[in-house]
Design a protein around this ligand. Structure first.
Ligand SMILES: Cc1cc2nc3c(=O)[nH]c(=O)nc-3n(C[C@H](O)[C@H](O)[C@H](O)COP(=O)(O)OP(=O)(O)OC[C@H]3O[C@@H](n4cnc5c(N)ncnc54)[C@H](O)[C@@H]3O)c2cc1C
Length: 418
């Protein structure tokens, strides 16, 4: 009988959507799997904006990796930051030392992309991880506390102006949720503040929100946001933010103490250590088999990988791409190490969903498109079912029901964690 150490060793970096799915897909393969992540949890990023807007707490969308994979006998989890990949040497440099592999699956995702605008990187909030989301929540709530004490009307108005940059799903969802938090919840907490003066402004550099949706759903989203008192500005190219005022490329200034940057993501920095020429947004080009050129034992999947769709456009940085690629990479890695033929990846687009707030969402599912209450119910159901763990589903459902029935937000806490 083969000992465990004699089995081919596959290392997966990243326990996000792609890495976790790849690890599970290898559960019955005659291989030894090591899964490495700098966090000990899998994060459900699509609901980060609800942590940022005080609706749910971080642990409801983060599930411990060891808990998820505890029954997988051929897998070991290592909590570590991977610093560098040595592809020819088949090893990783990590803060837990060197880790050798026979084959590698990189599923390291992305980070916020500020397009070189340093003042934004310094002063604006990204929304990519738990620290970002709790940072936004603390800041939003602090702005209300400070505004409540502020005598100068101009300063108070800037404290109560919340700017969200980026008209994709994250920007739309965040802007809608801040507006509802303000008008439905905080208005009751701050009777001395005129919350009618609160401004939520969504900035988009181009002329349309939600470009992945049909044009009529994009137009509907603008209407719904307006009804929710969100001001949408198109062709608004941001140039900087000093913490007190947003500057635009046309020279305009907008006094505001809060900017949430939902306008860009690029591949995780680890991809720059591969010695492979990156493509757009730092994503590394892969073959249709998801292998790196010259390194058939190395695979890249998800946000970090650059692969074109049938129309020669880069596949989107979304969870279904990462999860579907994980299945193909897992099959191909076994084919390379043991036996079998390689498969090519073909994306099956399950559609897109975005919520704009209470009873409002847009959905594109195959040939069908919906908006309003039905789309919202679909959004609720899909997101709830995708959360890992029954406890998390139950807690999120309770929080959603509570918010919906009582116009409340459960986590209105200014604090380092929770
Ligand atoms: C706010 C927000 C909302 C989103 N909403 C949606 C949505 O509604 N629908 C949708 O389909 N997609 C959505 N996405 C995109 C989706 O989350 C990503 O496309 C998906 O997570 C990509 O999966 P991945 O496996 O490539 O990377 P990730 O899921 O990001 O996982 C990467 C993992 O790698 C780890 N890692 C990175 N670098 C290192 C390192 N050097 N060492 C160790 N570990 C490392 C990270 O800790 C992380 O756990 C959203 C993203 C954000 C930020």
């Amino acid at each position: 009988m083969e000992t465990k150490a004699a089995l081919p060793h596959i290392v997966i970096v990243g326990a996000g959507f792609g890495g976790l799915r790849a690890a599970r897909a290898l559960a019955n393969a005659p291989v030894r799997v090591t899964l490495i992540d700098r966090n000990n949890y899998h994060l459900f990023q699509p609901l980060l904006y609800q942590v940022a807007t005080a609706g749910i707490s971080p642990d409801e969308i983060a599930h411990p990796v060891r808990g998820i994979l505890r029954s997988q006998k051929n897998l070991e989890f290592i909590l570590s930051d991977v610093r560098k990949v040595d592809l020819p040497g088949k090893k990783l440099m990590t803060d837990a030392g060197e880790i050798a592999f026979d084959a590698l699956i990189l599923a390291v995702g992305g980070v916020t992309q500020f397009f070189g605008m340093e003042s934004l990187e310094r002063n604006a909030f990204g929304l990519k991880n738990i620290a970002d989301a709790t940072g936004i929540r603390n800041h939003l709530l602090t702005m209300f506390e400070l505004a409540n004490q502020e005598a100068d009307e101009t300063v108070r108005q800037a404290m109560l102006t919340f700017v969200v940059v980026g008209g994709g799903p994250t920007g739309v969802e965040t802007a809608g949720a801040i507006s509802e938090l303000t008008r439905l919840v905080l208005a009751k907490d701050y009777p001395n503040l005129n919350t009618q003066n609160v401004k939520v402004i969504l900035l988009e550099a181009f002329d349309r929100l939600l470009p992945a949706f049909p044009p009529d759903l994009s137009a509907n989203t603008v209407e719904v946001l307006k009804r929710k008192h969100v001001e949408v500005r198109f062709n608004a190219a941001v140039a900087g933010f000093n913490g007190k005022s947003v500057s635009f490329k046309n020279g305009e200034e907008l006094p505001a103490h809060t900017v949430i940057w939902a306008a860009g993501v690029k591949a995780a920095p680890l991809m720059a250590t591969l010695g492979v020429e990156p493509g757009s947004l730092g994503r590394v080009p892969v073959a249709p088999t998801l292998q790196l050129a010259d390194f058939p034992y190395a695979f890249v999947i998800g946000d970090a990988a650059l692969l074109m769709d049938a129309d020669s456009k880069p596949l989107p940085m979304v969870a279904p791409v990462a999860m579907q690629q994980a299945e193909v990479a897992a099959k191909n890695v076994v084919a390379v190490l043991i036996d079998g033929s390689l498969s090519e990846f073909h994306y099956k687009d399950p559609g897109s969903l975005a919520t704009i707030g209470r009873r409002q969402a847009v959905a594109r599912l195959g040939k069908f498109k919906f908006r309003g209450g039905f789309a919202w119910l679909v959004w609720l159901f899909v997101h709830l079912m995708q959360l890992v763990g029954f406890r998390n589903r139950l807690l999120v459902l309770i929080n959603w029901a509570w918010d919906y029935l009582f116009y409340d937000r459960a986590v209105r806490i200014i604090g380092p964690c929770s």
